[in-house]
Design a protein around this ligand. Structure first.
Ligand code: YXS
Length: 263
């Protein structure tokens, strides 16, 4: 039986650690509190030398995660996705965990939660799963590292479609693109994911940990000149200092459609 804490449930099966995001009232919005509990659980699993991690929502969930907790985005004048933003901290914690993290996905995956799923090493989803990358819906200028995660996973035309429409894509398209490893029905997905995890656990944890880190380093190896970095940061600041960024947050809070003016 697992230890249940406020926003997550954790459990272990042999050398497989499981984290269940369990904040249904907020559709597992990635708040600082939820992320803190996930990263704490990952730290504990690392102490226990767990050789595979499963990250999921409760069985039968309609929403895996609603993405960044919008109410925690800064009101303006500050990068909403800076290095120490909890979402960025979670992405790095998953990418740097020295064993495979398997995303077991049921329901909708929204906004920054898409990047959390794509930061995982394998994704197994149910046929009802959908994936939506939504910064454009809010007026948020996604950050460089986040766009790199997307680009490493999704061909450019589809990445642009997802980023520019902010609409969900069905799991069939994600499977065709290779973003999702397998699709399994709800009644089979749990046994299937743990069978995958057991296959991983049976192999050399040192070899796997090093290959995971090699792949992380290689996939993030990009030459970014100071001029390029500063130009991008300047462009992003124009967005998060804009009327439209404020309008996106206000519209979300007021549960209405935003009226973007392009300034
Ligand atoms: O009205 P109450 O207080 O009960 O709260 C509602 C929602 O406001 C709340 N909630 C959220 N709170 C903060 N941040 C969120 N992302 C968020 N999502 C939901 O949870 C309560 C129940 O939501 P409700 O009534 O809408 O549930 P539903 O079952 O009808 O609909 C589920 C969703 C996920 C389809 C719906 O909640 C939704 O569309 N949520 C927003 C999804 C989204 O746009 N996420 C992107 C967040 S921004 C982000 O991730 C990055 C910054 S970026 O944009 O760059 O990707």
């Amino acid at each position: 039986m697992g230890d249940s804490v406020a926003l997550i449930i954790t459990e272990t099966r042999d050398a497989v650690g499981t984290i269940v995001m369990n904040h249904a009232a907020r559709r597992n919005a990635l708040s600082e509190a939820l992320i803190s509990e996930i990263t704490t659980a990952l730290g504990a699993f690392r102490e226990q030398a767990m050789r595979a991690i499963v990250l999921r929502a409760p069985a039968g969930s309609k929403v895996w995660s609603a993405g960044h907790d919008v109410s925690e985005l800064p009101a303006g004048g500050r990068d909403p996705l800076g290095w120490s933003d909890p979402l960025r901290v979670l992405i790095r914690a998953i990418q740097e965990y020295p064993a495979p993290v398997l995303a077991l996905i049921e329901g909708g995956v929204w906004g920054g939660a898409c990047e959390v799923a794509m930061a995982c090493d394998l994704i197994v989803a149910t046929p009802e799963a959908t994936f939506a990358i939504t910064p454009a819906k809010l007026g948020v200028p996604y950050n460089l590292g986040g766009l790199l995660t997307v680009l490493n996973m999704i061909p450019l035309p589809v990445a642009k479609e997802m980023l520019f429409t902010a609409q969900p894509i069905p799991v069939a398209q994600a499977l065709n693109l290779g973003v999702v490893n397998y699709v399994r029905p709800t009644e089979e997905i749990e046994a299937f994911v743990y069978q995958l995890a057991e296959q991983i656990v049976a192999n050399s944890p040192l070899s796997i940990a090093v290959m995971k880190e090699e792949l992380r380093l290689l996939s993030s190896a990009r030459s970014v000149t100071p001029e390029l970095f500063e130009r991008i940061q300047g462009l992003r600041r124009e967005v998060y200092d804009s009327h439209d960024y404020q309008e996106g947050l206000a519209a979300f809070a007021e549960k209405r459609k935003p009226r973007f003016l392009g300034r």
